[in-house]
Ligand binder design. Structure first.
Ligand code: APR
Length: 172
């Protein structure tokens, strides 16, 4: 599994699956969530509504992940995951690790060979980007031996500052 970090925008990243930093409602929001829905078009929200109606009636739990199509995005799938929200006292790193781990497991289930992640919880959910980078890199590295069909993981960071945290984490 190749693991890299880059400065970029998930809405234009040409991978099989992009991971959305969603909220439990799966009905959109700001940040990555808002950008992906805007770029994917209305079919993404329609699919998310169907996921809510068919399986996650009370919303997607923190740390869980679910795949939908990707509408007009270059990717084939969007894997929605809900990061821990520091503002609500959700400070357990295992919750954040679960986002990365479950997203890779879902990627393997759908057959995605390349996956792009944002810095989950490092925006609105107010986690320290350096801590997110450490949890993300450690978790993806640990999963690489079990999630064998995923060949490439790209951390796509929206700012040079966050990219630097991921580059440092990858050097460790
Ligand atoms: N591509 C890549 N990264 C992006 C993009 C983008 N287009 N837009 C924002 N980001 C970055 C942010 O700069 C931040 O570093 O993604 C990281 C995660 O930030 P958020 O999108 O705010 O996600 P999060 O902190 O997990 O909060 C999730 O915010 O947008 C709402 O509906 C969402 O309620 C949920 C909450």
């Amino acid at each position: 599994m190749r693991i890299t970090a880059e400065h970029g925008d998930l809405t234009t990243t040409p991978v099989d699956a992009v991971v959305n930093a969603a909220n439990s409602t799966l009905l959109g929001g700001g940040g990555v969530d808002g950008a992906l829905h805007a770029a994917a078009g209305p079919t993404l929200l329609e699919e998310c509504r169907r996921v809510r109606a068919s399986r996650w009636h009370d919303g997607l739990p923190v740390g869980e992940a679910v795949a939908t199509g990707a509408g007009r995005l270059p990717a084939r799938w969007v894997i929605h995951t809900v990061g821990p929200d520091r503002r609500r006292g959700q400070t357990d790193p295992e919750l954040l690790a679960s986002c990365f781990r479950r997203s890779l497991e879902v990627a393997e289930e759908v057959g995605a060979r390349s996956v792009a992640f944002p810095a989950i919880s490092a925006g609105v959910y107010a986690w320290d980007p350096a801590e997110v980078a450490g949890v993300a890199v450690r978790t993806v590295r640990a999963a690489s031996s079990t999630v064998s069909s995923v060949e490439e993981v790209r951390f796509v960071l929206f700012s040079p500052e966050v990219l630097r945290h991921f580059e440092r984490a990858l050097e460790e």
